[in-house]
Write a protein that binds this ligand. Sequence first.
Ligand code: CA
Length: 237
Amino acid sequence: MPKSILIVEDEKDLVTTLEYNLKREGYQTQAALTGEQALESAFRDPQPDLVLLDLMLPGISGVEVCRRLRQNSRTDKLPVLMLTARGEEIDKVVGFEVGADDYVVKPFKVRELLLRVRAILRRCEPTQVTPNETTEFGMIRIDHSGHRVWIEDEEITLTAMEFRMLGAFLNQRGKVLSREHLLNDVWGMNAFVVQTRTVDAHVKRLRVKLGSAGNYIETIRGVGYRFRGQPEASEAA
Ligand code: CA
C-alpha cells in the first residue's frame, strides 16, 4: 500500500511542487490549503500516514493544527513534519508545546524533504519484536507491538518519536548517552538538520509524560542523559 501524505500549505505553487515530487517517489498525496481543511482530512478515513504542515496558514495556524492533532487519540500518533521559516521558534514547534516529529526550514531542497519524509515513515514502521512482547521496568510497562505505555497501570500517550526515544533509553539503560547518540538512535542517519537542543526539548517532553517515572531519565551535565540501570534510585536509605 502506498503511503499517503497530507500536504497542508496555502502556497499553491509549493503544493504543486510537493505533490509532483512525492508522487514521483510513489506516495499518494492529498492537499489542504487551510488549517480547517487539514484537520478535516486528518480525521477522515483512510487517515494519512504523515502530515506535511506549514506553520503559517490563514485561519488556524500550523501550530494550532498540530496541537489539535496531538490532543485527539485518533491523531495523536500521526507523524507531523513541520515546514517553518527560518527564525520561527523551532524549539517550540518540535518541543513540548506543539509536538511535531520534525521540521524543515523554508526554503528547503525537495530532496532533503523527501529524505526526512522517508526517515519519519521508516521510524513509524512497527519494530521487529515478537507480537505481544512487553517490557517492564519499575513503574513503566511497554507493549511493543501495540505501541502502548503504562505508568503504574495508567496508560500514557506518546508520539512515535517519544516511543522510540523511550525504547532507546530502555535498551541502553545504565549507559550515559550523548545527545548525538540519541539523535542517531531516535532520528536516524538523516538527522543532519536536527540540532542537539531539539533532543533536549524531546527528552523534556518525554519526562513530563512519564510523570513519576520521568526521574528514571537522569541528565548528565555537559554530556547527555542516562536511563537508570535499576528502577530504584541508588540513594542512601
Ligand atoms: Ca504559508
